[in-house]
Write a protein that binds this ligand. Sequence first.
Ligand code: NAD
Ligand code: DAU
Length: 334
Amino acid sequence: MRALVTGGAGFIGANFVLSTVASRPDVDITVLDKLTYAANPSTLDSVADRIEIVEGDIADADLVDRLVAQTDIVIHFAAESHNDNSLADPSAFVQTNLVGTYTLLEAVRRHRTRLHHISTDEVYGDLALDDPSRFTETTPYNPSSPYSSTKAGSDLLVRAWVRSFGIHATLSNCSNNYGPYQHVEKFIPRQITNVLTGARPRLYGTGTNVRDWIHVDDHNDAVWTIIDTGVVGETYLIGADGETDNRTVVETILEILGKPTDAYDLVTDRPGHDMRYAIDSTRLRTELGWSPRYTDFRAGLEATVDWYRENENWWRPVKDGVERGYARTEKIVG
Ligand code: NAD
Ligand code: DAU
């Protein structure tokens, strides 16, 4: 099988490439990645002689057409992925997440190529803390931020191309991922690397917001399950029952690193901050037989803390720039 992995130098895409090279020697991988600030091509160093890496934009129609013509399946991870950046400047989000996905769709339509589209639970908006329900495949779309609205738009494009043009696509919407090789702009790596560099963790608002954490390897394992056995045209929600509030995550990181659990700062809240995400992944579990392997969130966090401790070379070069960016808008409030 020849697979074109878009965004394969980013967090989830690179973990997907690494685990696929290790477990599926029959898959020939080409990575298409623009190598934005979010990419770290060194993540792929250990498999560089086993894959092809093309630096390019998913919105470049000629390049995409050439690559899609030579592949059996496109696994589409590429996106602008950070909510805070989308609030500062949404333009790249519209271009990559909407125009880029449209460009891929037209290419897979022309070449009748299978597509798996990676998306997020944020397309469903948020839930109240006391709401007993969770997101399912039939929850109405109600995105809050420029990031999540462009991801929602990209999902709707994929669904329309399935219905109108009969393209062979599946979709998945996953909850918050954690694990190795995640950019230090994101919540968990930011807090771990703050403590490792002698700074204090930063909690938005009061830290009561809830995210439904899943290990990146469980997400990618579910993606292969859907590619192998999912029904074309269908959507599957991916989640591992990992609901945890942000304050608890920060306190656990501090405890793992041997610091007082109250050694963090409360800072200005994210505008429009979604309160809670929660995934009901019953369909994926019962219809396709998938289940997560990382069911102990604390153990997964400990392994992730160890990874950042042991791989400072990977994240150190970008850490100060990320913190300077946050410092432009962030104020300590408690
Ligand atoms: P990331 O920001 O770490 O990586 C994105 C990658 O896409 C980078 O390598 C970047 O260079 C590349 N890219 C960006 N614009 C591009 C373009 N125009 N052309 C080609 N490549 C481009 O993101 P991530 O966290 O790995 O997320 C990957 C996918 O998974 C995204 O579609 C995201 O919406 C989705 N997702 C993420 C999470 C999460 O918790 N991180 C959860 C659910 C779904
Ligand atoms: O739910 C899936 C989504 O999860 C993905 O689609 C996105 O690509 C991914 O970035 C993530 O979005 P979030 O906005 O939930 O992730 P982030 O890591 O930015 O923040 C997680 C929570 O932590 C959120 O409630 C905001 C809060 N936060 C974040 C940062 C960076 C803090 O309290 N302090 C921080 O410094």
